[in-house]
Design a protein around this ligand. Structure first.
Ligand code: 5RP
Length: 223
């Protein structure tokens, strides 16, 4: 079974977890895109969605799903999104698609976080995937030195020969070789560096449930 088929299978499985008549949070990335396309088929059963990126908002609108600003919404029963890595405890690395800050904000507002991923994303220890850290542009060299002091190897994310800009206008440092034995403590440590917008560690607020696509079917992990 291809990776895309695994992503489609978890996107379909996630539809069962969409509450009737509510506004849900929707993530960013290729797995989230499969989910949005499935959501389009049941759009009349939800009130709308809060999007974690400009790309997700556009895809939701292309299915005529109403997109709400987070400031208009007082509760989000569920946030559904992919991950770059997820542990058996539900801690994640996210931000491969560059949407980590808005993803983290919506995840923090949601009652439940449902992670949808193919089985390649399940890991015993986070860190083989470079940790994305969103930074204020004026501070990127400073933060790169601080991440290096932590044992990481940060690289400024580039696009078309220019620093990649997030939807918030910031830069991303993709950081390899960090030892992530304690994801909550590393998340707090990096988030506390002035100039950091957010680290792509989702550990303090990890997933509540993971729907994992495998060739034998969708596995459900509860945390
Ligand atoms: C975007 C993310 C994505 O959830 C993550 O990169 C996984 O993407 P994909 O589903 O394409 O593998 O965090 O910022």
């Amino acid at each position: 079974m291809s990776q895309d088929n695994l992503k489609l299978s978890v996107a379909r499985a996630a539809i069962v977890h969409v509450p009737e008549g509510q506004i849900i949070g929707v993530g960013t990335g290729s797995t989230a895109n499969f989910f949005i396309d499935e959501l389009g088929k049941i759009k009349d059963r939800i009130a709308g969605a809060v999007a974690s990126s400009v790309a997700t908002a556009e895809r939701l609108r292309s299915h005529n799903i109403r997109v709400f600003d987070l400031n208009e919404v007082s509760s989000i029963p569920v946030y559904i999104d992919g991950a770059d890595e997820i542990t058996y405890q539900g801690a994640m690395i996210k931000g491969g698609g560059g949407a980590l800050t808005r993803e983290k904000i919506i995840a923090s507002a949601a009652d439940r976080f449902i992670c949808i991923a193919d089985e390649s994303k399940l890991v015993p220890l986070l860190g083989a995937f470079p940790l994305p850290v969103e930074v204020i542009p004026m501070a990127y060299a400073l933060i790169a030195r601080r991440l290096t002091a932590l044992g990481g190897k940060p690289a400024l994310r580039m696009q078309d020969g220019q620093p990649y800009r997030t939807d918030n206008g910031n830069y991303i440092l993709d950081t390899r070789e960090l030892q992530i034995a304690n994801p909550v403590s590393l998340e707090n440590e990096i988030n506390n560096m002035p100039g950091v917008v957010t680290a792509g560690l989702f550990a303090g607020r990890g997933a509540n449930l993971c729907l994992l696509g495998t060739p034998d079917g969708v596995r459900t992990l509860e945390f």
